[in-house]
Design a protein. Structure first.
Length: 183
């Protein structure tokens, strides 16, 4: 006994609507609505790596899209007893956003980065020195223009005005104690 062949086409596909006033309007890819008649392109927020509206050829901040911005990498390091954790934020940052992010990352590095032998000797000093170099690059930038997307993070207090950053003195004083007092 043989089965008849299946009908052509997809039986589960919806029938095309012919002038249905209750049908949903056609959508552009990824859920963006179709542009209104008379406009060429819909408004799209540029993503990371895309140039927002502003001065062409001048990099814009990754956080607030203000110009000018510098291409820097901000690093953070956490030294645990048996493990280590590295973080980095790459991208162009304006002076305000970069300073806020750098201060937070450096403060975390100063109080959480010393608790592993390799961290205390190699990785934490490298991270702190790297962020000092980034500070110089960010301070050379002029004040950024208006934030195009949302608000900027507040830079907050400088690193040396944050009490938690002085935890870094504990391993330094311990090392000096071992070198000076112990013969």
């Amino acid at each position: 006994m043989s089965m008849p062949p299946p009908p052509p086409g997809n039986p589960y596909a919806a029938a095309p609507s012919q002038g249905n006033p209750f049908a949903a309007p056609p959508q552009a890819p990824y859920g963006h609505p179709q542009p209104a008649p008379g406009y060429n392109q819909p408004h799209q927020t540029p993503g990371y790596g895309q140039q927002p509206a502003g001065v062409p050829g001048v990099p814009a901040c990754r956080i607030c899209a203000a110009q000018p911005a510098a291409q820097v990498t901000i690093r953070s390091h956490v030294g645990l007893l048996l493990m280590m954790r590295f973080k980095k934020w790459e991208g162009p940052f304006c002076r305000t956003c970069g300073t806020a992010l750098r201060r937070e990352a450096t403060t975390n590095t100063l109080w959480q980065g010393w608790w592993s032998p390799f961290s205390a000797v190699i990785f934490n000093p490298y991270t702190v020195i790297h962020n000092v170099v980034v500070r110089g690059k960010l301070n050379k930038l002029p004040e950024p223009g208006p934030a195009m997307y949302g608000t900027r993070p507040a830079p907050g207090k400088s690193v040396l005005q944050r009490p938690v950053s002085y935890v870094a003195l504990v391993p330094i004083l311990w090392f000096l104690y071992l070198v000076i007092v112990q013969p």
